[in-house]
Design a protein around this ligand. Structure first.
Ligand code: ZN
Length: 398
């Protein structure tokens, strides 16, 4: 079978409840006849929902099976050695009409230990209370296609104190006093830990007191608290906007989320690329499993400064690269205007057409990508891009 050519992909849409019902139609013309939420389009080889590779000889094949069979040829030398015989990244279009859970992802080391521990405890990998579904870290980058609102990393410690003091909460006063007398990583960890572990009665009282103040406030963090409470009444996660930086990415801006960074996506459509993993530790705003002890052991309690949030893009000719401090993935957008130089990447690439019509022309075959189409480029394939449009290129470093 000739795998020395671009392989067009068919990708599944995940209908998670928080997904937008019309954003993908507006951006890409993707139909939604049943009016279901269209939360994520997955592109990659994740066994939960692998892309199907179009092969004329054999019909459509799940990409994970194809890689299991022909990984050495597809991935490129060095990829299997470094990441195992798998596609190191997973790429998504993500479209949120509602907030996603507050979460943090483990380091590689934490994931390896946690995965082993839960295996030894005999917890099935697909069990609802399982924290570690694989042994990998999950750094991620989100690139905004529409204005994209999110929370990313802790605010400066004094800002957290100031915002919580505005609530004038009898439940939280003592905790705030203790935190204020120890303005440090440990102080924040203590405060957050106590907050997350308030018993039901105190939690409800704390949120109720907070709402009474926040409903009359013009402070954006408090207004966000009210909005979150509409969706998740009395959930401890509604305090997150007072703890975390509120961020709005404009289209074309991106941010990177490292292991241990507490974060949540609130609203908007973007492209998300991550290491191939499903390891999420949650801190509220979700009906799913929340393991506070494990979360506290994962979060880095270090404030993130406003200039540390967005990725500084590097422009090179017609390409814009969004550098990330991990090797599992790289993310670049190329504007195609007639014809590009020939490339022959050493490692497997995934191309996604963000807009326009672009042909991928290789020695053996040419395929057409319209908006939202994607293809896999096995390592070593010579190709050039012809047409007009924007091509997102996901790759990895070995
Ligand atoms: Zn995340």
């Amino acid at each position: 079978m000739n795998l020395n050519r671009p392989l067009k992909l068919k990708n599944r849409i995940q209908p998670y409840a928080w997904g937008s019902r019309d954003a993908l139609r507006q951006l890409f013309g993707i139909a939604n006849p049943d009016n279901r939420p269209q939360a994520e389009i997955w592109m990659g080889a994740h066994p939960k929902s692998p892309s199907m590779a179009e092969l004329k000889e054999r019909g459509d094949q799940p990409l994970n099976n194809l890689i299991a069979e022909h990984g050495d040829q597809l991935l490129g030398e060095g990829v299997s050695r470094k990441f195992g015989k798998q596609l190191p990244y997973l790429f998504k279009v993500l479209s949120a009409a509602e907030p996603l859970s507050i979460q943090a992802h483990p380091t590689k080391e934490q994931a390896e230990k946690g995965f082993q521990r839960e295996n030894q405890a005999g917890i099935p990998v697909d069990a609802g209370h399982r924290n570690y579904r694989d042994d990998n870290h999950k750094p991620e980058l989100i690139y905004a296609l529409t204005p994209f609102r999110a929370m990313n990393g802790f605010r400066p410690l004094n800002d957290i104190i100031t915002l919580f003091r505005q609530l004038d909460s009898s439940v939280l006063t003592e905790l705030l006093d203790a935190f204020e007398s120890n303005l440090s990583e440990a102080g924040l960890k203590g405060f957050y830990g106590h907050l997350m572990q308030l018993d039901d009665l105190l939690r409800k009282q704390a949120v109720t007191e907070a709402l009474a103040v926040a409903m009359k406030s013009e402070e954006p963090a408090l207004q966000e608290l009210v909005k979150l409470n509409d969706k998740y009444p009395l959930d401890i996660g509604v305090f997150s906007p007072l703890l975390l930086n509120l961020v709005e990415l404009e289209p074309g801006e991106a941010m990177f989320l490292d292991a241990g960074t507490l974060h949540a996506y609130l609203e908007g459509t973007g492209l998300e690329v991550m290491a191939s993993s499903d390891n999420v530790l949650r801190g509220g705003l979700t009906p799913k499993h929340v393991d506070v002890a494990e979360l506290l052991g994962t979060i880095r309690f270090i404030p993130k400064l406003s200039n540390q949030i967005k990725v500084d893009p590097e422009v090179k000719g017609n390409s814009v690269n969004y550098p990330v401090p991990v090797d599992d993935f790289a993310f670049e957008i190329e504007t195609v205007d007639s014809l590009t130089d020939c490339r022959s990447p050493e490692t497997v690439e995934l191309l996604f057409c963000q807009e326009g019509n672009v042909e991928i022309v290789s020695d053996d075959e040419e395929i057409k990508l319209n908006a939202a189409d994607s293809c896999l480029l096995p390592a070593g394939v010579h190709y050039k891009l012809v047409g007009k449009g924007k091509i997102v290129r996901v790759s990895c470093k070995v």
